[in-house]
Design a binder for this molecule. Sequence first.
Ligand SMILES: [Cu+2]
Length: 120
Amino acid sequence: MLSTAGCLGGQSSSAQTVTMPGDLTFEPKTSTIETGETVTWTNESDIEHTVTAYEDEIPDGSAYFASGGFESERAAKNRISEGLIAPGESYEHTFDQAGTYGYFCIPHESSGMIGTVQVK
Ligand SMILES: [Cu+2]
């Protein structure tokens, strides 16, 4: 379901969920949120995944994010097991800066498990 509710300004408490349904995708592949909103990634599959930002595909000056709480893509890749989201678990991140954020699942990047968050 795609939310197209018009934003009339003011405080928004909405958030968006991205699921990992088990076919090595993020659903939806592209999420669009407002600045200050939170995206929750939920693993609905029976295997482990990560949510790992591409360090060079996030806005300049924005906070790096990755499941496991890593501060760099290199750290996330070096310690993959600490960033894995188990089946039924979730990870969330609040986006405080507008822009386009690219991210991927470390174990399944080569299968195309890649997503984007657009923060308006
Ligand atoms: Cu994955």
